[in-house]
Design a protein around this ligand. Structure first.
Ligand code: GLN
Ligand code: ZN
Length: 776
């Protein structure tokens, strides 16, 4: 017997996002359900073939989903809120749970996602949440008093049957359904009516899991992968008990369970995980490296231990030789009970490196996407089995060695600068209380100054001009003229509306990270490196492959031009280092902190160049600061330390009377408010309108000392807010925060809106501010 290869999940979108396009066509009514199902079957078949061809022996099933695998669990288990229920389950029910229906008419909402502010409202989509620290979002299960767990959606069993039909005699290929485990499912669910405590629902939930497992056993399934990623969290005794209870029950069903954890160490859950009555455990040997040795020592030798050393969260080639060496002890102990897999599902990496035609060829030799990672799993297992293709091992070793000394990756100048980091003072020269006076004198703004968050409607013409410039259909001069015309236009409009602090509107930016990444050395962009974010939405994170530096200023000429068009203050606009880092694939050969500092230094230079060019109010967006929080709370402090320092490093070089703004698109600030305060931005703008200013509480309780612009209207909605609505909100804010420290602005950037609603909305916002000035 030899070591087995398996996989935890494969991307379902297709090499070139085929599923996305078919789904969206289906939602628009341009394709039938039969078309969609055919496409899906084709993709599943292709994925199975790809995995078989790569030498994977145990292949995941039910890793496919039209929208989301957690949503699939909900429909499987009958967790369908009343507002979506109908006599018979069909896939439309699932789509409505994910996407909602506009309450006004019976059409599904097409433009993305309706968050559910009021769940009682007919047709509102379920809320979305980030799947641990990934950029994947799941639909949050909703538990009500009348929720009754029962097998409702049978697609799981259909897909299992479909896969088993592909099994041919004489091969050792087998299929392994993947389920979100009962404890994780319950943990992530929202207990909407709390008459029934969440954990008291466990027994009835387990009864249905038992039925599901029994059905799978009846179909001829040997192994089921049961994902319990909450084992990476710091769990209370209650939840430990839930695990023990759950797996004692599930152990009664005659099917082997491979309990899967990933994204983290097990921490204090190590004993628990070692003692649950399951047939095997999968462990993320990369994110969980610290505990790998302990786990190998503690895990019972008669069970299966699956280890993931091929990174399912990043795009780098695995150092296969090093991985083989590091698994020697595990191999000695577990023999053929050692299995090899990627660290987690490959859902979180792009599909296929082969289709990239424009990447730097050297860089390409350092990378592996999902398909290439399967081959690494196989090579690693072969190596442990003593039957590896020596040439492949050598080629891998060569690439790894080349990367270590590559000039593409390593830039001596950047490193020299980084070595001097401690010479940069992170504090502004004067504290905010002193800066405030200087800034008030300089900008001379009225009470309740009005501004916006940066972008203005990205019209067809703007997008077309950018596209044409990229394709070479516009010369650089023509492109600059087109963008300047746009800037002139937004300046005029803002002046006409009476806004106090203007922005240039960001017409030249396709995306707030890509725009900067494209101008920085050390950043690469793929053509097809898409990763599912939610439903049909995918993101294409750039790759930070090397030391980051800034060949030349990135925003100065645009901001300078914009300032030349107005006598009012023009706010400069940058994306912060943490957000740049968070929305990219990052290096794995140095800590995130180091990469973040490199980006922060380039932004520091940009800030100082802007200041020199006469831009004395500069906003640095840190939309992703909260997203970067580690999974384990005990790691938060360290992350927040370097994240906050990177912001301070970006901004500390300016004069005291230069005003630094930051913007964050959410307002769950309670548990990070001290870090936000430590950033010491002169002004922070946040999203608050939907919460009716409730979310300012964190700032009030903390006695946040600097200025705040709580959003006064929700830019995600096309509705035009009235003057009265906004006056009420600002009055509310002014009861919480002294009026002298309040700004008036929308929740977020306006690039997704049209002018038809933007202009009247902002005009009303200005009127609201004026009305309040008269009152105070
Ligand atoms: N300055 C950016 C914009 O207005 C901020 C984007 C955001 O809020 N995420 O588009
Ligand atoms: Zn925002």
């Amino acid at each position: 017997m030899t070591i087995k290869t398996h996989n935890l999940g494969y991307p379902r979108i297709g090499d070139k996002r085929e599923l996305k396009f078919t789904l969206e066509a289906y939602w628009k009514g341009e394709k039938t359900l039969a078309d969609l199902e055919k496409q899906a079957r084709g993709l599943r078949y292709q994925n199975v073939q790809t995995q078989i061809d790569a030498g994977i022996e145990l292949i995941p099933v039910n890793d496919f989903a039209y929208y989301d695998q957690v949503l699939n669990m909900s429909t499987l288990l009958g967790v369908i809120p009343k507002r979506f229920r109908q006599d018979r389950f069909d896939v439309e029910v699932a789509f409505r749970m994910a996407r909602g229906r506009a309450p006004s008419d019976d059409q599904p909402c097409l433009d993305g996602h309706d968050h559910a502010p009021d769940k009682s409202k007919a047709g509102y989509a379920g809320a979305m949440k980030k799947w641990f620290d990934t950029n994947y979002h799941y639909i949050v299960p909703e538990l009500y008093d009348d929720t009754e767990f029962k097998i409702t959606d049978t697609r799981l069993f259909d897909e299992v049957a479909e896969s088993l039909a592909l099994k041919s005699d004489g091969t050792n290929i087998d299929f392994k359904p993947v389920l979100v485990g009962p404890v994780t499912y319950l943990y992530l669910a929202e207990n909407v009516s709390n008459a029934i405590p969440k954990l008291s629902r466990l027994p009835s939930l387990l009864a249905v899991y038992q039925q599901v497992l029994q059905k799978l056993a009846d179909l001829g399934i040997n192994w089921v992968q049961i994902d319990e990623p909450i084992l990476g969290l710091e769990l209370s005794t209650e939840w430990h008990n839930a695990f023990n209870q759950a797996y004692a029950e599930l152990a009664q069903i005659p099917v082997k369970l491979l309990l899967a954890t990933y994204f983290e160490t097990l921490g204090d859950n190590l004993n628990l995980a070692c003692n649950l009555p399951v047939a095997g455990l999968h462990y993320d040997g990369l994110r969980g490296e610290k505990q790998l040795k302990d786990l190998v020592e503690q895990y019972p030798a008669e069970k299966v231990l699956s280890l993931g050393l091929v990174d399912g969260r990043n795009i780098w080639k695995t150092d296969v030789n090093a991985a083989i060496a590091s698994l020697k002890a595990a191999k000695t102990k577990f023999g053929d009970h050692l299995w090899i897999a990627p660290s987690c599902s490959l859902l979180h990496v792009p599909v296929n490196l082969e289709v990239e035609e424009k990447l730097n060829p050297e860089l390409k030799t350092y990378l592996a996407f999902a398909k290439q990672k399967l081959a690494e799993v196989k090579l690693l297992a072969d190596g442990l089995n003593g039957q590896a293709d020596q040439q492949a091992l050598q080629a891998n070793a060569q690439a790894i060695a080349a990367k270590q000394t590559s000039k593409l990756i390593h830039n001596a100048q950047v490193q020299a600068r980084l070595a001097q980091l401690d010479q940069i003072a992170l504090d502004r020269p004067l504290p905010y209380s002193e800066r405030e006076k200087l800034q008030k004198g300089k900008f001379n703004l009225p009470l309740f100054p009005t501004t916006t968050i940066g972008s203005f409607p990205q019209t067809q013409e703007i997008r077309q001009a950018r596209r044409q410039f990229k394709n070479g259909e516009l010369t650089e001069a023509q492109y600059i003229e087109a963008m300047q015309a746009e800037i002139r236009d937004v300046c005029e409009r803002q002046e006409r509306m009476g806004i106090d602090v203007l922005v240039h509107g960001e017409p030249e930016r396709n995306d707030m990270v890509e725009y900067f990444g494209e101008q920085l050395d050390g950043y690469a962009f793929t053509q097809f490196g898409w990763v599912q974010s939610y439903g049909s939405r995918c993101v294409k994170p750039p790759i930070i492959f090397g030391d980051v530096s800034r060949p030349k200023p990135m925003t100065v000429s645009w901001s300078q031009y914009a300032q030349s068009q107005t006598d009012k203050t023009m706010k400069g606009m940058l994306t912060g280092a943490v957000t740049m880092l968070q929305w990219s694939f990052v290096r794995n050969d140095q800590p995130r902190e180091t990469t973040c500092n490199q980006i922060a230094l380039t932004l520091r230079d940009e800030v100082l160049d802007l200041e020199k060019a006469g831009i004395h109010m500069i906003q640095i967006d840190e939309a992703a600061l909260r997203e970067g929080l580690p999974i384990k709370k005990s790691d938060w402090a360290d992350y927040l330390r370097w994240a906050v320092n990177s912001f301070r490093m970006t901004t500390s070089g300016v004069q005291n009377d230069t005003q630094i703004h930051t913007h964050m698109c959410y307002s769950e600030f309670n548990d990070i408010i001290d870090a936000v305060a430590a950033m010491d931005a002169d002004v922070i703008t946040i999203e608050t309108s939907k919460s009716n200013m409730k979310l300012l509480d964190a700032f009030v309780d903390f006695e946040y000392p600097n200025e705040i612009g709580p959003g006064v209207y929700d830019i995600h909605s096309p509705n035009i807010p009235t003057v009265e609505q906004m006056v009420r909100l600002i009055e509310k804010a002014a009861k919480l925060i002294p009026a002298e420290r309040l700004w008036v602005n929308p929740d977020c950037g306006l690039k997704t809106r049209g002018w038809a609603e933007t202009e009247p909305a902002l005009a009303n916002m200005v009127k609201a501010a004026q009305q309040l000035r008269a009152q105070f």
